[in-house]
Design a protein around this ligand. Structure first.
Ligand SMILES: NC(=O)c1ccc[n+]([C@@H]2O[C@H](COP(=O)([O-])OP(=O)(O)OC[C@H]3O[C@@H](n4cnc5c(N)ncnc54)[C@H](OP(=O)(O)O)[C@@H]3O)[C@@H](O)[C@H]2O)c1
Length: 260
C-alpha cells in the first residue's frame, strides 16, 4: 500500500497504538491529522514526525465521547483544507468489573467513544472515499470482540460491534476501491491497562504497539477484512468460534480474573 502524499487521520494518537500509527505512517510519507484530548502530547508528536520525516502534521484536540464531537472534528479537518485518505479509528478505552457496580456515565462514554465516534467518522468519510474510488479505514477492534467477556461485558460488546461493522464494510468497500480493516490486537503494552484500572484484563505476554501496527499494515497489503495480532491471539480467537458458549464464557471469565 502506498502512503506517500496521502493524509491519515488518526484518533487516539496521543499514546500507545495510535501514536505508533502516526510514527510509522509519517515514516512512510503520509501527512497526518492527530486527534485526542491531550494537546501537549499531540503537539510534541506532531513536531517529532514533522522533523523526522518532513511530512505535514496537524493537531485537533477533541473529546470524542461527547455528543457531536465527531461532527466538530470533521468540520475542523475540512477547515484545515485536507482530504482524508486514510482513517484510523483507534481511540477507545475499556472498563473492568461487574456492570451492576459500574458508573453509568463511564459506560456511556465507553460506548460513545468505542462505537459512536467510530461509526460517525466512518459514516462521514466513507462517501468521499467511495466517490474517489480510493481510501483506507482501519477500525481498531480487539481479541475481546471474538467472544463475550464477563467483567468487561460492555468493552467486549463494543469490540464485537467494531469487528462486525468493519468486516461488512470491507465487503461493501472492495468494489469501490475502499479498503476496510478490523485490527484485533490482544494484550498490548500501552496505557490501556492503567486506564482499565487492573492488570487482570491482560492475558499472557503483551505485544508491542509496533508489532500491532506492523500486523495492520500487512493486513492492508493483502486486502484482509480483519487481522488478529500475534500467533497466540490468533489461535484463541479462532478457537472461541468453535467451542460451546458456556465453555467460551468460562475461559473468558478466568482470563480476566472474573472467576477469582
Ligand atoms: N492495549 C491493549 O491491550 C489493547 C488490546 C486490544 C485493543 N486495544 C484498543 O486499541 C486502541 C488504542 O488503545 P491503546 O492500547 O493504544 O491505549 P492507550 O495508550 O490508552 O491509548 C488510547 C488513546 O485513545 C485516546 N482517547 C481516550 N479517550 C478519548 C476520548 N474521549 N476522545 C478522544 N481520544 C480519546 C487517548 O488519548 P487522550 O487520553 O489524550 O484523549 C489515547 O491516545 C483502543 O481502541 C483499545 O480498545 C488495545
Amino acid at each position: 500500500m502506498e502512503y506517500r502524499n496521502r493524509t491519515a487521520l488518526i484518533t487516539g494518537a496521543s499514546s500507545g497504538i495510535g501514536a505508533e500509527f502516526a510514527r510509522v505512517l509519517g515514516q512512510r510519507g503520509a501527512d497526518l491529522v492527530l486527534v485526542a484530548r491531550s494537546r501537549d502530547r499531540l503537539d510534541s508528536l506532531a513536531q517529532e514526525v514533522r522533523s523526522a520525516h518532513g511530512v505535514r502534521a496537524d493537531v485537533v484536540v477533541a473529546d470524542l465521547s461527547l455528543p457531536r464531537a465527531s461532527d466538530d472534528l470533521v468540520a475542523s479537518v475540512a477547515a484545515l483544507g485536507v482530504e482524508v485518505d486514510i482513517l484510523i479509528n483507534n481511540a477507545g478505552f475499556g472498563t473492568h468489573g461487574a456492570l451492576a457496580d459500574a458508573d453509568p456515565a463511564r459506560i456511556r462514554d465507553e460506548v460513545s467513544l468505542n462505537v459512536g465516534a467510530l461509526t460517525d467518522l466512518t459514516t462521514a468519510y466513507l462517501p468521499q472515499m467511495t466517490r474517489r474510488g480510493a481510501g483506507v479505514i482501519v477500525n481498531v477492534a480487539s481479541t475481546a470482540g471474538f467472544q463475550p467477556v464477563p467483567q468487561m461485558a460492555v468493552y467486549a460488546a463494543t469490540k464485537a460491534y467494531v469487528l462486525s461493522l468493519s468486516e461488512a464494510l470491507w465487503w461493501e468497500g472492495k468494489k469501490n476501491g475502499v479498503s476496510v480493516l478490523a485490527l484485533c490486537p490482544g494484550p498490548t503494552d500501552t496505557e490501556f491497562f492503567e486506564i482499565v484500572g487492573t492488570d487482570d484484563a491482560a492475558v499472557g505476554a503483551r505485544r508491542t504497539a509496533a508489532q500491532v501496527v506492523e500486523t495492520a499494515l500487512r493486513g492492508l497489503d493483502r486486502g484482509a477484512p480483519s487481522v488478529v495480532d500475534g500467533l497466540a491471539n490468533r489461535i484463541s480467537a479462532v478457537s472461541s468460534r468453535f467451542a460451546p458458549r458456556r465453555v467460551v464464557l468460562a475461559i473468558a471469565a478466568r482470563a480476566v480474573g472474573a472467576s477469582k
